[in-house]
Design a protein around this ligand. Structure first.
Ligand SMILES: *Cc1c(COP(=O)(O)O)cnc(C)c1O
Length: 400
């Protein structure tokens, strides 16, 4: 059999480094390798590039460069924001509000704090994955020190009403952190209207390199140092800067922001066509996540009667690289907390598929995938003991 063309459709997991980004990074590993803390010219050149990158990232979100702290990843930014706030404000209170559908970087961080005696309110979401801002308001208590609600969900793509939540937090004088790792580069972010005190970013989700992130910390918010050491990152996070990574991150973010109107419209159209075709071709399919208030590149389906794992394996065989909404791929048999959070029963949450498009995704690949996917789903349902026998004939007629 001829090897199928590989079609990468897991851009929520990571993205390839853009050519333009790699080009600005490469010289920084060899010819321009200076340490930004060194006083001589090679060092000062690195320092200049670092300053410029900080300005660029700040411009992308309309912040002041002094509010941008580079980290090693989105996970680190989330940990710093949440654990740092907990440490700084534990004398004031020990109550944190978050949602049931946060990324593990927030979820597990809050669970760790729970074990240390912090009290966490896990807000539920509606069937589309939305957090109700009024529920945030209701949950605030005199001992609340932090609200952390993600900007956009990495599994189902739902974009949360973070501006409204931000204004509630501001009015109640509670710190607000948002994990914007999945949203950055796909939806506009403006700290002047967002009302967030801390925002997490990661480069590898927006066509930058892995191993670089940033935390926006609003002026006046005091977080304990993350790493004690040198004077890097304004004395808050020691360690020689990942200059190439940071410069690549800034360039990737800038390109994503400037191309956003065009890319977002193109991806939204492709996404909607794909959703429509799959729903028309495959019966008993459910779209997970908000129908319109969702990331331009995110698709998440549940196919009744089958397991997500087997769909993924067969799709991989046909050349399509996607992910399941469930954590099974990481060795756990529990279905995804996000899908359970939107109210899916276990057996349906297990039959889920996340397809995330990217800037190099082509419409022909998606239309070919609709055909392959309907064959795969029909075949798996045929084998499924859960599938009602009287439905089989109609589906087989439709697909084979
Ligand atoms: C990928 C992701 C993270 C983690 O970012 P890393 O840089 O991989 O640590 C955090 N939050 C969300 C929403 C993500 O999608």
């Amino acid at each position: 059999m001829q090897k199928p063309k590989r079609v990468y459709l897991d851009h929520a997991a990571t993205t390839p480094v853009r050519k333009e980004v790699l080009d600005v990074m490469l010289p920084l590993f060899s010819e321009q390798f200076g340490n930004p803390s060194s006083f001589y010219q090679t060092g000062q050149e690195a320092q200049r590039l670092l300053t410029q990158a900080r300005q660029t990232v700040a411009d992308c979100i309309h912040a002041d460069p002094r509010e941008i702290f580079f980290t090693s990843c989105g996970t680190e930014s989330d940990n710093w924001a949440i654990k740092g706030t907990a440490e700084a404000l534990k004398k004031k209170g020990r109550h944190i509000i978050t949602s049931q559908i946060e990324h593990h970087a927030v979820l597990h961080t809050c669970q760790t704090l729970e074990k240390q005696g912090f009290d966490v309110t896990w807000l539920p979401v509606d069937t589309n994955g939305l957090v109700d801002p009024e529920a945030v308001r209701q949950a605030i208590r005199p001992d609340t020190i932090l609200v952390s609600i993600m900007m956009a969900n990495n599994e189902i793509g739902t974009i949360e009403p973070v501006e409204t939540i931000g204004s509630i937090c501001r009015e109640q004088k509670i710190l607000f952190h948002t994990d914007a790792v999945q949203a950055a580069g796909s939806v506009p972010i403006d700290v002047r209207t967002l009302g967030a005190d801390m925002i997490s970013f990661s480069a590898h989700k927006l066509y930058g390199p892995k191993g670089v992130g940033a935390l926006y910390v609003r002026k006046g918010v005091r977080l304990p140092n993350l790493l004690d050491g040198g004077a890097q990152e304004n004395n808050r996070r020691g360690g020689t800067e990942n200059v190439a990574g940071i410069v690549g991150f800034a360039h990737a973010f800038k390109l994503a922001v400037s191309e956003m109107p065009v890319t977002s419209q193109r991806l939204t159209m492709m996404r909607n066509d794909f959703i429509k075709s799959v729903m028309a071709a495959i019966p008993d399919t459910r779209l997970n996540g908000h129908p319109v208030q969702r990331l331009p590149n995110n698709v998440n389906f549940s196919f009744k009667y089958i397991e997500g794992e087997s769909i993924l394996l067969m799709l991989d065989h046909f050349g399509y690289e996607c992910s399941s909404g469930s954590a099974c791929t990481s060795g756990s048999l529990d279905p995804s907390h996000v899908l359970l959070g939107i109210g899916l029963p276990h057996e349906i949450a297990h039959g889920s598929l996340r397809v995330t498009l990217g800037r190099e995704t082509e419409a022909e690949d998606l239309s070919r995938m609709v055909g392959d996917l309907s064959k795969i789903v029909a075949r798996l349902r045929e084998l499924s003991p859960l599938y009602p026998a009287d439905r089989q004939q109609t589906d087989l007629n439709q697909h084979v």
